[in-house]
Write a protein that binds this ligand. Structure first.
Ligand code: SAH
Ligand code: SF4
Ligand code: F3S
Length: 434
């Protein structure tokens, strides 16, 4: 049996795709391998979202090549960077296979041909492929949490973003195959599923929309936690928020990327909402689910961003009081609308300063958010031992906060009640409440 090692970069969609790839390859007699020095096939499932993501992978390919100097192996590049860079990756002579996100069914034949010494490339994007019939080989070490892809691609053309080019057009997966996969997770002992898509609120398969799909998955089992990501502020509907409120097993957390607090910048980004709309959606979420956590993504220093625009982002952060955020500075991506139309005119120094200001503000908001939880009791799903001690467990609340507490009587996959005694900006320090 040939052993396959895969390194996964980028978003959760890539984690889910790597699990599909393992499944496709296992059916053809390959086995999964976690030790790179033992592998016959070394692959990276890659991300193109920002330049530094790509640079990291380019550096990694050189280390793969060092392995190939020691023994005969095949090197493959999968995912978004394969799709974006295409032949350029092959012509480096460093890799044997380049396969885009819609080509994974062909990997066994690509591997075979590459094994005979012929470099292979398949970067054709599909309008239909959802891999609906493939049951993924789960890679979560604790066996607690599983990702379920509900759609692929993206039909928004946010001007800064490479995803529509690397992932192709949006398509929703057959709802019954999603429910089947959730049932299968329950049978295998998983306690949490996260439904994944670039814009889950635009899910539509026949007459099933996202609100209905969420309800169908929540009904699979009351002890299965349901999460989802990502919600686009322009599309998140009242029905989705109402379904969340109706089912106790749907986690009270919404990831709602805002990108900027300035209407002028939002328009240039081609986001299809403005600040007022965003704040109204936040108000609606809090009206229907008062304890709902809200997290976000933001980009500092987009083309033409002024100090005033930046201040508008900071004030929006203060106004919403996000529980968590992923924060980036703008990285121009070749071929996107912004790269073609707008000069990348905020200096790196200025981008970094603005980003650091946002990070400092968010750190204090995260701490405030955690302080509001002091004294509260939460049901958490145990994920495993804490990093620091085998006598401490860690797990997350429905609101996606990490808790740690002393405990030698529970294990990964248990639900336990904990009381919050203290906190840092990143963690709730708790004790068992029962
Ligand atoms: N579909 C999701 C976003 C997926 S990409 C959504 O629309 O919200 C994840 C995050 O990466 C984005 O939310 C954005 O904040 C960031 N991002 C995307 N392109 C970027 C770029 N060119 N430079 C910096 N950050 C970027
Ligand atoms: Fe990119 Fe916008 Fe699609 Fe998100 S919604 S993946 S930011 S184009
Ligand atoms: Fe990166 Fe592709 Fe995801 S560009 S963020 S791996 S969709």
């Amino acid at each position: 049996m040939k052993k396959v090692y895969i390194e996964t970069y980028g978003c959760q969609m890539n984690v889910a795709d790597t699990e599909l790839v393992f499944s496709i390859l296992e059916k053809k007699g390959y086995s999964r391998c976690e030790d790179i020095s033992q592998a016959d096939v070394i692959m990276a499932n890659t991300c193109s979202i920002r330049d530094n993501a790509e640079q990291r992978i380019i550096g990694r390919i050189d280390q793969f090549v060092l392995q190939r100097q020691k023994r005969e192996i095949i090197i493959g590049i999968l995912g978004c960077m394969a799709e974006r860079m295409k032949e350029a990756l092959l012509s480096s002579g460093k890799v044997d296979i380049v396969a885009g996100p819609d080509s994974y069914r062909r990997l066994p034949e690509l591997l075979e041909a590459a094994g005979e010494g012929y470099p292979q490339i398949d970067v054709i994007l599909s309008r239909e492929e959802t891999y609906a019939d493939i049951s993924p080989v789960r890679t979560d070490k604790n066996g607690v949490s599983a990702f379920i892809s509900i759609m692929r691609g993206c039909n928004n053309v946010c001007s800064y973003c490479v995803v529509p080019y690397t992932r192709g057009v949006e398509r929703s997966r057959d709802a019954s195959s999603i429910v089947r996969e959730a049932c299968d997770c329950v049978q295998k002992g998983y306690k949490e599923v996260t439904l994944l898509g670039q814009n889950v609120d635009s899910y539509k398969f026949e007459d099933v929309d996202f609100a209905r799909l969420l309800e169908m998955v929540a009904q699979v089992s009351p002890s299965l936690r349901v999460r989802f990501s990502t919600s686009n502020p322009q599309d998140i509907s009242d029905e989705v928020i109402e379904v969340m409120a109706r089912y106790p097993n749907i986690c009270h957390h919404i990831h709602l990327p805002v990108q900027s607090g300035s209407n002028r910048i939002l328009e240039k980004m081609r986001r299809r909402y403005n600040r007022e709309w965003y704040l109204e959606r936040v108000a609606k979420i809090r009206e229907i689910i008062p304890d709902c956590a809200i997290s976000t993504d933001v980009i500092a220093g987009f083309c033409s961003e002024t100090e005033e625009d930046h201040q508008a982002t900071l004030s929006l952060f203060r106004e919403v009081g996000f529980d968590a955020a992923f924060m980036f500075y703008y990285s121009e991506r070749p071929g996107t609308l912004a790269a073609r139309k707008y000069p990348d005119d905020v200096s790196l120094e200025e981008k970094t300063r603005r980003l650091n200001e946002i990070i400092a503000l968010q750190n204090s908001l995260s701490l405030e958010s955690n302080r509001r939880d002091l004294g509260k009791v939460f049901e958490v799903l145990v994920e495993g031992e804490s990093k620091k001690s085998a006598e401490r467990l860690c797990g997350r609340t429905g609101t996606n906060k990490v808790c740690v507490w002393d405990d030698t009587s529970h294990k990964a996959g248990d639900y336990v009640k904990v009381k919050v005694l203290d906190c840092t900006q990143a963690t709730l320090l708790c004790e068992l409440a029962e």
